[in-house]
Design a protein around this ligand. Structure first.
Ligand code: SAJ
Length: 452
């Protein structure tokens, strides 16, 4: 058995390595020569627990070969990105987010399918893993592959099987999670099921390709809509003067309620993108999904306004932003709401210092301070945007915090034991919590208590 995996990113690389360490001959293909050179030299370009060791052992097994183009194989797995792009009229509507009307960009999937078509032989199995709008496998990919004259479902098998892994737990979830495989016919689904059973220990359930594509989109849309609900509850709780975390904790005692956490917005390459694939598949009937996207997309500005309010009255305020990744304990900055908050603050003219223990620079090369003491020295407000573990352990008496000019914290992730901080004289602002001690109430108008 020989497999060709196209796309050596967050999903393709672990998947290819997993097959190779199970004794399957794998050709890992990436169009980016830098990725290919790095991997050939044993350098893994993605930070993920256990991934370096897995790739190393795959390469050492002699079963994992890296290339820039696919070659003959028994099975092809396409794991390239499916980003979204703005429709020409997006962003023009008053009161809506700039991402309104985003639609899937299938250019990478199409290019990968063309590359597979060039090597396609009778008896091959082709699987699309990239998250895709409903119908992509059965129409777009099928059409490209059938240009060879071979017919899907009779000359070759064609299936869709999306990944479902959580960044930070990829290697565990790749093995343990159930998988949904859709085939253009029952035999295609069955062949794909057998292939994944090489390393998947969860159940592998079969269906048709379009249902399998929709399942993946529904999963991430479910999460997006539920996060939007948590963000909306946070705003309501501020209006009615209560603590959203207390209310959520109590509501979640109900056996059929599981409210998520509010935050600075939704990031990552999936949840902020995939709902748009659903919207673009059926724009007339997806008002709720669209509204949820708008609610989540508006969070960074809301958080920026909250931070801006904390430094009213302070001359030349210094804001220190802790955490830039889209979620805790990873280095992934894609679609990160933390970066959107920083951009919004800078647009308003604020000076913002950046700190993140996992990222030394932004994608545009802007350096990110790695020393917390330096990042917070003389700062007027410390803002937790991403709840990385080191931040969760912060205490008001840590040297980094005592170096601040004013004792103010904005915790957008509810990750600090806020009572401790308030006892130490800090003003703590949390999303979804009506401020007990606003600056205006505690000290002279608009000025926070300085650190002595
Ligand atoms: N977030 C909140 N509040 C919450 C939970 C999350 O604001 O209560 C935010 C996070 O901070 C982050 C964003 O949402 O910015 C997304 O994070 P996440 O941990 O919910 O999900 P991802 O994007 O890392 O991974 C998701 C997962 N999908 C689901 O949980 C339904 C994962 O299983 C998928 O494989 C992955 O998308 C993907 O690749 O599609």
């Amino acid at each position: 058995m020989k497999i060709c995996v196209l796309g050596l990113g967050y999903i393709g690389l672990p998947t290819a390595s997993m097959f190779a360490t199970q004794g399957v001959e794998v050709i890992g293909v990436d169009v980016n020569p830098r990725v290919v050179t790095a991997l050939t030299n044993g350098d893994v370009h993605i930070k993920e627990p256990g991934l370096h060791a897995l790739v190393e052992s795959a390469l050492q097994s002699g079963k994992f070969h890296i290339a820039t183009e696919p070659s003959d194989a028994d099975a092809f797995i396409i794991a390239v990105p499916t980003p979204s792009k703005n429709t020409p009229d997006s962003g023009d509507e008053v009161g809506t987010s700039s991402s309104r009307g985003r639609r899937p960009d299938l250019s990478y999937v199409k290019a990968a399918a063309e590359a597979v078509a060039a090597c396609l032989k009778i008896g091959n199995l082709v699987i699309l893993e990239s998250t895709s709008p409903p119908g992509t496998t059965a129409h777009v990919v099928r059409e490209i592959l059938e240009k060879t004259g071979l017919i899907a479902g009779s000359d070759f098998s064609l299936a869709f099987c999306a990944e479902r892994v959580l960044p930070g737990r990829i290697l565990i979830e790749l093995v343990d999670n159930d998988r949904i495989v859709g085939g253009v016919d029952a035999a295609s689904a069955e062949r794909a099921r057998e292939l994944y059973a090489t390393f998947v220990q969860g159940s592998i359930l079969t269906t048709d390709t379009t249902t399998a594509e929709m399942v993946k989109l529904m999963e991430n849309t479910f999460r997006d809509v539920n996060i939007a609900l948590a963000n909306e509850f946070a705003k309501v709780c501020e209006v009615v003067g209560i603590d959203v975390y207390e209310a959520t904790r109590l509501a979640n005692h109900h056996p059929r309620v599981d409210i998520l956490k509010p935050g600075p917005g939704v990031g990552g390459h999936c949840i902020a993108v995939d709902p748009w694939f659903v919207v673009s598949a059926a724009p007339e009937v997806t008002q709720l999904i669209r509204s949820a996207r708008d609610v989540n997309d508006a969070q960074p500005q809301l958080v920026a306004d909250m931070i801006g309010a904390s430094v009213v009255g302070i001359k030349d305020p210094v804001i220190t932003a802790l955490g830039l990744a889209y979620k805790a304990d990873i280095d992934d900055l894609r679609e990160s709401p933390s970066i959107e908050v920083v951009k919004a603050l800078r647009r308003s003219g604020f000076s913002v210092r950046l700190h993140d223990p996992f990222s030394a620079c932004l994608p545009d090369g802007t350096p990110v301070e790695q020393d917390l003491n330096k990042a917070l020295a003389g700062a007027d407000v410390c803002v937790i945007l991403t709840d990385h573990s080191p931040y969760r352990q912060l205490k008001p008496w840590d040297s980094a915090l005592t170096g601040m000019r004013h004792k103010q914290i904005v915790d957008t992730r509810d990750c600090l034991e806020y009572g401790l901080w308030e006892s130490a004289g800090f003003i703590v602002r949390r999303l979804g919590v009506a401020s007990k001690s606003t600056i205006q109430e505690s000290v002279s108008p608009g000025v926070a208590e300085p650190v002595h």
